[in-house]
Design a protein around this ligand. Sequence first.
Ligand code: SF4
Ligand code: SF4
Ligand code: SF4
Length: 312
Amino acid sequence: MNEKNMEIPLVDPACYAAATAAIRAEASRLLEAGEVAAVVGYRAGRRAGTVMPEVAVCAAAVAQLLFSPGCQHNLTLFLSKAKRDALPKGKVAIVVKGCDLRALAGLISESQLKRDDVHVIGVACPGVYGANADQTRPLNADTVARKCRECKVHLPEGVDLVAGTLPALADLPALEAQEMARLEAMSAQERWAFWTEQFSRCIRCLACRQVCPFCFCTQCLCDRNRPQAVDTSPRPAGSTAWHLVRAMHLAGRCSGCAECERVCPMDIPLNLLNRKMAQELFELYGFEAGMQSQEQGVLTSYRNDDDQSFIK
Ligand code: SF4
Ligand code: SF4
Ligand code: SF4
């Protein structure tokens, strides 16, 4: 794609405005009828084009709710038991994109909440900005998130309302699939060298943990110092151990929202690792996380016909 084509907007911005109007109308109705105590959604951030989470409890806050390409956050983060204290007591409504819904299903299957505890406002989502995108520019082939290029869930299913309608979408090259193919083509030694180089840049800021809907342990194993399981300083051995623990703890649970990768200040391709783990679990057990809300986690269940060829 040449530079000129990259500036062409992927979709008519009016589709975001239509979704915004539908979210506000539904939020107003729910709060006025007393059906929910709050609506968890998005509002404009401080800088142009940016967005931040909003917990709307009154008409003035509802008027600020919006949907735009800046709505990258996976708001289901607020629904785990550990984080729900940030929300008013009672049933809440939440704005979710199709990719966020898998996290919601996962949280329900891990008994973090019940489906009846939440009113789900799904959004017809053409795409959002990727990490480090200039959010003052339109959403185009250059600024769209890589996950959106391969999205199969633009229209969320099983929600209480779908806000907006989906416009025609451009067919873009699948960069994540290409990156996975490059990884697959490496030898085991090359892969180890690749990942240790990536992990060596980690500064252990733990933004990836803070933003993940599934990192809800009240005390992370990686913070413990009596006894210390993982060196907490950003040295290569400790950082590699942190990433291995993280990958294993999220295997079969990660919904692939790519929020960890988006917030990483060191540009570590965390979602490539997440996707690789998900691919392994699919090939071994035919399991995909977050596809059903009542599923049992693949690493917490056992079947007689499970593949055991990896046990040497
Ligand atoms: S992956 Fe799909 S649902 Fe998620 S933000 Fe991108 S386009 Fe929207
Ligand atoms: S966000 Fe990036 S730098 Fe920070 S701990 Fe996670 S991987 Fe390391
Ligand atoms: S590990 Fe990353 S991609 Fe997976 S659910 Fe957590 S934040 Fe999302």
